[in-house]
Design a protein around this ligand. Structure first.
Ligand code: ADP
Length: 240
């Protein structure tokens, strides 16, 4: 039987997306992005001189990303502070973003990107990358292109976009045992070149299904880029 999504969405349908630029006055750039109940807010500071001096690179700017899930973002209070997971997400986020930034334009400097997850229902790293990409553009940092991120999943035989936590945890009964039957593949795509700047895999996938996932991810990322661009245009118009 074909997989039916719990919230009735089509396979190529995201949850409701909301995007806004310019949400934090004191930051150099800021934005929020949400997929349904996964909401990220981002503040960007910089480029500014990096201290202590011995960390400075005379050839390029350092990009530092801090991803953090608030304790109230999930039903059971999450212990505050960094975890192995948040360190990993910060690292892959920084990698996904730095490819589109002209970091060599700002030697000896640093750009700090604070990503706060205020509500979490899976795909939060994707919401964070989308908000961060918009916030960097809002800060006026030279970018070759935008980055848009989406999680693609394989559930049963279906390839679906933008998984919820319930879908990530989808399991089936086999030989009387519950086994995990969902694969989650978060992607980030560069807007012009279409290059993949993030691909992670939680679960198993065949080469054919991975190709199907990439193709759906590319299609969905175009929709996200459109939303990011509109939000950036709106803040420019509001300034006029
Ligand atoms: P992503 O949010 O990018 O999908 P994960 O796959 O690691 O990243 O996490 C999936 C979801 O699991 C999160 O969005 C959140 O809803 C939930 N989650 C992650 N860490 C915790 C935690 N420490 N406590 C409760 N829920 C969590």
């Amino acid at each position: 039987m074909a997989y039916k999504r719990p919230d009735g969405r089509n396979y190529d349908e995201t949850r409701k997306i909301e995007a806004k630029v310019g949400i934090i006055k004191r930051a150099d750039g800021s934005a929020m992005f949400s997929f349904g109940n996964s909401k990220a807010i981002v503040a960007v500071y910089g480029p500014r001189q990096l201290h202590p001096q011995h960390l400075q690179n005379p050839e390029k700017c350092l990009l530092r990303c801090y991803y953090d899930m608030m304790s109230f973002s999930v039903a059971e209070r999450k212990r505050p502070g960094p975890t192995r997971r948040s360190t990993e997400v910060s690292y892959v986020t920084s990698n996904a973003l730095k490819k589109v930034l002209k970091l060599e334009d700002f030697p000896n400097s640093v750009i700090d990107v604070y990503i706060l997850i205020v509500e979490a229902d899976a795909s939060t790293r994707c919401a964070g990358i989308n908000a961060a990409s918009m916030a960097l553009a809002h800060a006026g940092i030279p970018m070759k292109e935008l980055v848009s991120s989406i999680s693609i999943g394989k559930i049963g035989d279906a390839i679906v976009a933008d998984l919820t936590k319930e879908e990530e945890d989808y399991s089936i009964k086999k030989d009387g045992k519950e086994i995990k039957a969902a694969t989650d593949i978060p992607f980030a795509f560069q807007s012009r070149s279409g290059k993949i700047s993030l691909m992670q895999l939680d679960g198993k996938v065949s080469i054919d299904d991975l190709k199907r996932a990439i193709s759906l991810g590319k299609k969905m990322s175009k929709k996200i880029i459109e939303i990011q661009t509109q939000a950036l245009k709106k803040v420019k118009e509001d300034k006029k």
